[in-house]
Design a protein around this ligand. Structure first.
Ligand SMILES: Nc1ncnc2c1ncn2[C@@H]1O[C@H](COP(=O)(O)OP(=O)(O)OP(=O)(O)O)[C@@H](O)[C@H]1O
Length: 258
């Protein structure tokens, strides 16, 4: 990790009319850091993630990101081309539902190849061999390279979505409930895989989850949200082992009781 943040949010607020999605959120994310955003349904996690990743405009506040040239830029001031460049190359976005992040009507290989082509790779043989390599990294047999994701199980689809996102070695990956909607046994394997890849590649990530076990396994830091506000923020082990806020204590206790 370096001293300079990769992404900074300052007083980020998003409202839906009179209703607050999230309010006055400020934090810095450093390179190589995995931040988990946790909280109950409706606490504002997805709204925050959408705002951070330029998918939703802020009502007030600012998000800045350190571009590859080292300059910190306010995301609201980027041109459309710069924003598209970030989304295609520097950032990944892993959706809870793989169908939202994959092209379901093209082959697994093409799903991975498409991202490579977006960063300028045009060499068919190299694209195919890299796609094969990534399929094996996410534990999908190479023989399935020409199959469409519609023929894959939920777990395989999610692993393919991860491969599609990571093949261009993004600097920051946003994940929205990456293991939600999967069987518990499939979740555990996927989490292991994700943790391995993120560690190996030294990625930074912001992971939204309502599952504290996911946060524990993947993240270095946790932000706990309630009714649109961050109520506790700190190192993952500290927050989970010694929660300060009564609501976090309740969240942690409810997991331990299961
Ligand atoms: N499009 C919208 N229009 C109006 N209100 C919205 C909209 N999207 C979200 N909200 C409200 O903003 C608040 C935060 O919702 P958000 O979806 O960000 O929470 P969440 O923590 O991600 O919940 P979940 O885990 O259920 O996805 C909620 O009160 C929600 O009702």
């Amino acid at each position: 990790m370096t001293d300079l943040p990769l992404l900074s949010a300052r007083s980020l607020t998003r409202s839906y009319g009179a209703h607050i999605g999230c309010e006055d959120v400020s934090f810095d994310l450093y390179p190589g850091e995995i931040l988990a955003i946790v909280g109950e349904s409706g606490s504002g996690k997805s709204t925050l993630l959408e705002c951070l990743s330029c998918r939703m405009p802020l009502t007030s506040g600012a998000v800045s990101y350190r571009m590859r040239d080292g300059e910190m830029r306010d995301l609201a001031t980027l041109t459309e081309a710069e924003r598209r460049f970030l989304m295609r190359t520097d950032w990944g976005f892993v959706h809870q539902n793989p169908a939202d992040g994959l092209r379901m009507r093209v082959s697994a290989g093409a799903n991975i190849g498409e991202r490579m082509m977006a960063v300028g790779d045009r060499h068919y043989g190299r694209i195919r061999s890299t796609a094969e390599d990534w399929l094996s990294r996410v534990e999908i047999p190479g023989a399935r390279i020409d199959d469409r994701p519609t023929a894959f199980s939920g777990g395989m689809r999610q692993r393919l979505q991860i491969a599609r996102n990571l093949v261009t070695a993004p600097r920051l990956v946003f994940m929205d409930e990456p293991t939600g909607g999967l069987d518990v046994s499939v979740q555990a394997r996927l989490l292991d895989l994700l943790r391995g890849l993120v560690g190996e590649m030294g990625l930074s990530a912001i992971v939204v989850t309502h599952d504290l076990a996911v946060a524990r396994l993947l993240s270095n830091r946790i932000m706990v949200m309630k009714q649109g506000h961050v109520i506790e923020h700190g190192l993952t082990d500290r927050v989970l082992d010694d929660p300060q806020h009564a609501y976090t204590q309740l969240l942690v206790a409810s997991i331990l009781e299961v």
